[in-house]
Design a protein around this ligand. Structure first.
Ligand code: NAD
Ligand code: UD1
Length: 344
């Protein structure tokens, strides 16, 4: 089996996807700068494989580095070829993802997310590697009140982070058009990935103070924060709080493998796919479920709306369901239960 390069493979989505890939016998090289993850995740992934009695020797390599470092990326491709195991596909998770930070420091976001991607794509082309699954986001869509978003919905990100994702999509579209028989590209537009591997051995471990709901819920559950602030109770939704399409990170991980298989079996290809469950859950509903499922009670209060939030973000996931050998199987109870297992 050929090798896969996973950029940002020690992050939240990347690490869970690597676990699924290793489980299915793929050989992976991870490059990660560790700007939002740690070497401990690599050790954890190796340990889970030992516990499962999976033979890892030579199947899982980690290289600490930045995707903007051209020489390093070139070297990774060359070395894999010299060992007679060329990289034939890339799953490109690496990127910065805080909306707030992207507003405060747009240059850092354009540099890391877009320059990094251009660099990676040049090296892929130089090394005859033309299969790529790209981590895009539902944030590329223009908000649409109470209507599910399909892949043809209007695009229109509202912040620099979203613009970098859309720009990467456009770059990928352009390189596909420039040589339509060569590239096989899948843009996975994730909705709200949450949860963790059910073993409790992995989870979401961002560096610093998180902005996203689940990492904050975890801090409240651990007692590191006294209460949860809910952003707005006057949204035009059933209970006044925002509605999101939460998807279990292991379902998302499996979607990457299904997308990779689809790309390779149906090349050339350039396709955008919504990766969500198609079910909307309000912030209040998910908080109540989290408390019930985990037997934890903590205070929450309402504060004013967060700038840039949208009331309703739910995927029409029919295209992914019809094209990929994939279906999300975990519900919000699983998401809430699994997310705290690695804290116990
Ligand atoms: P994450 O921050 O946990 O993982 C990203 C990883 O990339 C981290 O390990 C980080 O250290 C690494 N990284 C960042 N910049 C790098 C660079 N220049 N070179 C090398 N490594 C670098 O994020 P995640 O939640 O796992 O998200 C993965 C991808 O999916 C990101 O591109 C993100 O924008 C996108 N995405 C995430 C969500 C979400 O809610 N988690 C939603 C939509 C899209
Ligand atoms: C956010 C980003 C999105 C990005 C995604 C992954 C914004 C506006 N959107 O999505 O672009 O792709 O993260 O990084 O930042 N909430 C609270 N209290 C909290 C935290 C969140 O009420 O302490 C609410 C939010 O208002 C939102 C919901 O929970 O309605 C989910 O928030 P979050 O987890 O940050 O994800 P998104 O905003 O959907």
């Amino acid at each position: 089996m050929k090798r896969i390069l996973a950029t940002g493979g020690l992050g939240f989505v990347g690490s869970h996807t690597c676990l699924s890939l290793l489980y299915q016998g793929y050989k992976i090289i991870v490059i990660d700068s560790l700007i939002n993850s740690s070497f401990e995740i690599y050790q954890k992934l190796k340990k889970i494989n030992e516990v499962l009695n999976l033979e890892l020797n030579n199947k899982f390599t980690f290289i600490k580095g930045d995707i903007r470092n051209s020489a390093l990326i070139e070297n990774i491709f060359q070395e894999a070829s010299m060992k007679d195991q060329p990289i034939n596909s890339v799953i490109h998770f690496a990127g910065l993802k805080s909306v707030n930070q992207s507003i405060l420091n747009p240059l850092q976001y354009w540099d890391s997310n877009v320059i990094g991607t251009i660099n990676l794509l040049k090296t892929m082309r130089n090394n005859q590697c033309f299969n790529i699954v790209f981590s895009s986001s539902a944030t590329v869509y223009k908000p649409k009140l109470n209507r599910m978003l399909d892949e043809n919905s209007d695009l229109g990100p509202m912040n620099p982070y979203g613009m970098t994702k859309l720009t990467n999509e456009k770059i990928l579209e352009d390189i596909f058009k420039s040589d339509p028989n060569k590239w096989s590209i899948s843009l996975l537009r994730y909705f709200n990935p949450v949860g963790a591997h059910s073993s409790g051995s992995l989870g979401e471990l961002p560096i610093g103070m998180p902005n996203n709901l689940f990492p904050i819920l975890m801090k409240v559950a651990l007692g590191e924060l006294d209460f949860l602030s809910i952003y707005g109770k006057d949204w035009p939704t059933k209970d006044g709080t925002c509605i999101r399409d939460f998807i279990h990170v292991m379902d998302l991980a499996e979607a990457h493998i299904a997308a990779l298989k689809f790309l390779i079996d149906n090349r050339p290809q350039n396709i955008a796919l919504n990766i969500g469950t198609g079910k909307g859950t309000s912030v209040l509903e998910i908080i109540k479920t989290f408390q019930e499922v985990n037997g934890i009670c903590f205070p929450y209060h309402f504060v004013k709306r967060r700038m840039g939030d949208q009331p309703f973000l739910v995927a029409d996931n029919k295209l992914a369901l019809s094209l990929l050998d994939w279906i999300p199987t975990r519900n919000i109870v699983d998401m809430c239960a699994d997310s705290v297992k690695n804290l116990i």
